[in-house]
Design a protein around this ligand. Structure first.
Ligand code: DAT
Ligand code: MG
Length: 206
């Protein structure tokens, strides 16, 4: 502990920013050893995709039905990190860009009408394989074919009211996140339980 304080003061007096883990350890001494073991562990075994991100959006029907909390809970309990969150009334322009691959579909005008019918809660979630895992958690596009236990399988019955959006590829997620969020509104942070929710499995998992 004394050593931590010494390093902290040395950095501060030299006008440098102390590492986040050190600050956390000083503010919350009970996590000090975990915090430092955690940082050491990350540099040794983290895979690049532990920082993979996806866009999840609770659609207007999900917001109207007050499902936001339950949907957030599912992603939190799965072990993903929330790095961006906002509620907005999405514009037709934004949605037209978001769903650009569907512009020629007959249901496109109805989709835009539905998606602009009320507020949307847009989120960016981060973690190992978050894109693929989120798609599984959200379930089939058509809720009639979605497995029970998925968001769509538990909360919806019709494709035109399927409660939630999830990016379908890593590249698609990057495009969508850029569309919905400014970089300054996304936070990089380390969760203290990261070792137990993902890093410990990364040395052998793909
Ligand atoms: P997903 O949302 O599972 O990625 P998608 O990208 O193919 O599915 O379609 C985007 C949304 O468009 C979908 O969530 C609901 C709507 N949609 C898709 N197919 C539809 C259809 N046949 N009729 C009405 N809406 C549809
Ligand atoms: Mg899609």
């Amino acid at each position: 502990m004394m050593l931590q304080w010494r390093i902290f003061h040395t950095l501060c007096s030299a006008g440098r920013e102390a590492p986040k883990s050190l600050k956390a350890g000083l503010l919350f001494p009970h996590v000090l050893s975990c915090g430092h073991r955690f940082v050491w562990h990350r540099t040794k075994t983290s895979l690049p995709d532990s920082r993979e991100r996806t866009l999840i959006a609770v659609k207007p029907d999900g917001v109207q039905r007050r499902l936001v909390g339950q949907i957030i809970q599912r992603f939190e309990q799965r072990g993903f990190r929330l790095v961006g969150l906002k509620m907005l009334q999405a514009s037709e322009d934004l949605l037209s860009e978001h769903y650009c691959q569907l512009r020629s579909k007959p249901f496109f005008p109805i989709l835009l009408q539905y998606m602009t019918s009320g507020p949307v809660v847009a989120m960016v979630w981060e973690g190992h394989n978050v894109v693929k895992t989120s798609r599984t958690m959200v379930g089939h596009t058509n809720p009639a074919e979605a497995q029970a236990g998925t968001v769509r399988g538990d909360f919806s019955t019709h494709v035109s009211r399927n409660v939630v959006h999830a990016s379908d590829s890593v590249e698609g997620a990057q495009r969508e996140i850029h569309l919905w969020f400014q970089a300054k509104d996304l936070l990089d942070w380390d969760s203290w339980d990261q070792m137990s929710t993902s890093d410990v499995t990364t040395s052998s998992a793909s």
